[in-house]
Design a protein around this ligand. Structure first.
Ligand code: AMP
Ligand code: GLY
Length: 424
């Protein structure tokens, strides 16, 4: 495996993080990223193939003689990246399209969970024939949870106590997609569980907690994630055991018995009830963003070995180890995010050492950051960057991450000041 060539697909903070963690591996000779961003270029060679151009990605991987392709986002997997790479014998970290449908279709995920006996909220499928009012009455335990059955880039779910809003979202979704899911509301606390899987085994990474709402105190609109920390104490030893027994084991059994087993990371979005019972809110077929940025740095064994093993059904032979540390990340969002992010503003206060993390304890991951003609950093997206730290305690990691973010200036930007509040 020494001298391996890796191609990372994607352009966000998650892919920046993957490139950064792979670059120091003794086994990796070259890291490539496509399309990458202004951060990945410090650890990888960026290319210009789009993350959804499957034939372009296969061609690039072939030209590079890649030993491993790592899919960052779900979109290329849902359109068959792993399937296409298998035809040219290039291992892919990320499942084939049929299994990526666990994220591509929420209805499919629900059916799999029902067949596998995995705990999740009850649901109804509504279509143009359905009596929407009767369904809303039946699921009258407020608020209503409505989910589109398509990849909607984080905008496919509405949780609301406003009947008119629920009804309007249901009607619009049926018009655009033909059907929609109405789900029972699950009270509890959320956590993210990342499980690396292949046909032989699985490895659970330390569980984390994201902060999905835009503003402090968990209020405001839903976002892709405003910050996270790891490990999350809400996932106690007993909750972890229950999640393994009730969710991970049955899912691994189902996924490893497929014609082509699941090879990649299964992101289990958990809702943990007050009594400590975990339910599945969603599955994703990729690392969470920003969860990835604070989970990968906690892995003390070689990341390339872990991901390559999962892509080639070799997990059973590997031992994965972790640092006994705490990590926390805070996302800097553009003015107007999530609804209408303002782009194209200059970002000041960043130095290269922040990105390459010379001190090893704090670092910046880029998401929506570009470079202008003078080499200055400019904002190009809603979630612009994230500032992270790793330390012996969560309090220390929080202090360091907030010190870093307070130094970075972007007009109109906002970030949450209470990341980690449930643990602290
Ligand atoms: P999803 O895209 O399925 O993860 O949903 C987005 C967010 O909506 C989740 O992170 C939860 O905060 C919330 N959510 C989804 N389903 C439920 C549910 N059944 N009960 C309570 N909250 C939910
Ligand atoms: N941070 C949540 C996600 O990646 O879906």
């Amino acid at each position: 495996m020494a001298g391996s060539v890796v191609l990372v697909v994607g352009s966000g903070g998650r892919e920046h993080s993957i490139c950064k963690q792979l670059a120091p591996s003794q086994l990796v000779a070259e890291v490539h990223c496509t399309p990458g961003n202004a951060g990945t270029r410090h650890f990888a060679t960026n290319h210009s193939v789009s993350a959804t151009d499957v034939s372009g990605l296969v061609e690039l991987a072939t030209i590079l003689a890649a030993d491993l392709v790592i899919a960052g986002p779900e979109a290329p997997l849902c359109v068959g990246l792993a399937d296409a790479l298998s035809l040219v014998n290039i291992p892919c970290f990320g499942p084939v399209a049929k299994l990526a449908n666990l994220e591509g279709s929420k209805l499919h995920a629900k059916q799999v969970m029902r067949d596998a006996g995995v705990p999740t909220a009850d649901f109804h499928v509504l279509d143009s024939e359905s009596d929407i009012d009767a369904a809303l009455d039946e699921f009258s335990q407020n608020p209503w949870v409505v989910k589109r059955d398509v990849l909607a880039g984080g905008k496919g779910v509405v949780v609301t106590s406003d009947r008119a809003e629920a009804k309007a979202f249901i009607s619009a979704s049926i018009i655009s997609d033909g059907k929609v899911l109405l789900e029972n509301f699950l009270p509890g606390e959320e956590a993210s569980m990342l499980v690396i899987m292949d046909g032989t085994d699985y490895v659970t990474l330390p569980c984390s907690q994201d902060h999905k709402r835009a503003y402090d105190g968990d209020i405001g609109p839903n976002t892709g994630g405003m910050g996270a920390y790891c490990p999350a104490p809400v996932v106690t030893e007993i909750v972890h055991q229950r999640a393994i027994q009730r969710i991970v084991e049955p899912m691994h059994k189902y996924l490893s018995n497929q014609e082509i087993p699941y090879r990649g990371v299964l992101f289990v979005g958990l809702m943990i009830t007050e009594s400590g019972d975990p339910n599945v809110v969603e599955f994703n077929v990729r690392f969470g963003d920003p969860e990835c940025q604070i989970t990968l740095p906690l892995i003390s064994s070689d990341l390339y070995t872990l991901l390559y093993s999962a892509a080639t059904d070799g997990l059973i032979e590997q031992e994965t180890t972790f640092h006994d540390k705490q990590a926390l990340t805070v996302v800097l969002a553009a003015e107007g995010y999530p609804a209408t992010p303002v782009k194209g503003r200059s970002i000041d206060g960043l130095i290269v050492e922040d990105i390459v993390s010379e001190n090893g304890t704090t670092w910046v991951n880029f998401a929506g950051v570009g470079v202008d003609e003078n080499g200055g950093y400019i904002s190009t997206g809603g979630r612009v960057l994230s500032c992270s730290a790793i330390a012996d305690t969560l309090v220390e990691a929080r202090t360091l991450a907030y010190q870093l973010i307070s130094r970075i200036k972007l007009d109109g930007s906002h970030y949450r000041t209470d990341i980690g509040h449930r643990a602290l």
